[in-house]
Design a protein around this ligand. Structure first.
Ligand code: SER
Length: 316
């Protein structure tokens, strides 16, 4: 029986992953924790919500012991744009948070899920069909913490046998909790602006192509990877996964099929543009397909249709 701890449970991935984990394993077996954000009501409805700063190793230990956790989905992290504004805080949260999780996992025999990102690549990496195993020299602080995190998870597996597994997520699009200061956030913001104002002022250039994924696929990927037969996993950590790849201009054109009067304009943020220009346009996710059967359900057309429906309901 799984007894699960989720860190960053009030974040963009956390809210939907926690809900899916509670549906699959039972609400009483999933402890949600968060720190910076107020949790949505759904999370608080059960008593299994605790405020936790992942940098506090002793508080983390107490929760794992109290609830006898054997699996940790460690989502707490500062995203790319925030990390450029607060590099020391991002290093502290992203790295010390992770090592605390890995240490508690080592001493309490927990499995660990760690989300890496397209941010783990840099300008020297091949941007089209980015291989699973390739050069990783990210230029953003966020990316540096993600590569370090991938290596640390590998280290804890090889050195101590901790069952660490992870994914390199592309930009994630969702409608429950907002992303918190990433470079790919435009692909979420655009839907709220389209439904409310029929206009969006985009902070990335029209032709900036990036890998993307709809949240139901991202949640499903995390759960499927953690359930996968470990004997089949050659990589374990940091599997490339993707579902679609588009530019702001192409996303706007898809939205215009539903809202013909929608217009996009551009006011470039140089910090986020530089980050986006250093990230892959499309990753090769064949290792994930071969080793644990990864397959996305949503493409650009089905994601846009569903996002517009969900955001319209939410805003009304
Ligand atoms: N969505 C993240 C960001 O933009 C990338 O992992 O920071």
């Amino acid at each position: 029986m799984k007894s699960i701890l989720v860190t960053g449970a009030a974040g963009q991935i956390g809210v939907e992953l926690t809900q899916a984990l509670r549906e699959k394993y039972g609400a009483g077996n999933v402890v949600a924790t968060g720190y910076n954000r107020q949790p949505l009501n759904e999370l608080k409805q059960t008593e299994l919500y605790c405020r936790l700063d992942v940098r506090d190793a002793s508080a983390l230990n107490q929760i794992v012991e109290k609830y006898h956790c054997n699996t940790i989905f460690h989502l707490a992290s500062l995203l790319s744009a925030v990390a450029e504004a607060k590099p020391l805080e991002a290093w502290d949260t992203n790295m010390n948070g992770l090592i605390n999780v890995l240490e508690v996992a080592r001493t309490h025999s927990c499995a660990v899920f760690f989300p890496s990102s397209i941010g783990a690549f840099g300008p020297e990496t091949t941007g089209l069909n980015t291989p699973q195993d390739t050069i990783q020299r990210p230029k953003s602080l966020y990316g540096i913490t993600k590569v370090s995190g991938e290596l640390l998870c590998d280290y804890y597996f090889h050195r101590y046998g901790v069952d660490t597994r992870g994914l390199r997520y592309p930009g994630l699009i969702s409608n429950k909790a907002l992303p918190g200061g990433g470079t790919t956030d435009y692909a979420v913001d655009i839907f709220y602006a389209a439904v409310k104002n029929r206009h969006y002022d985009c902070f990335l250039r029209a032709d900036t192509q990036l890998d993307m994924m709809y949240m139901p696929d991202a949640v499903n990927a995390a759960i499927t990877l953690m359930e996968a037969d470990s004997a089949r996993l050659k990589h374990r950590n940091a599997f490339n996964i993707t579902a679609m790849s588009f530019t702001p201009e192409q996303l706007a054109a898809e939205i215009q099929k539903h809202l013909p009067d929608f217009k996009i304009s551009y006011r470039i943020d140089p910090v986020r543009q530089a980050i986006a220009d250093s990230w892959p346009r499309h990753m090769d996710d064949s290792a994930a397909r071969a080793e644990w059967g990864w397959e996305a359900k949503y493409d650009k057309a089905t994601m846009v249709k569903d996002m517009l429906e969900q955001v319209t309901v939410k805003l009304n």
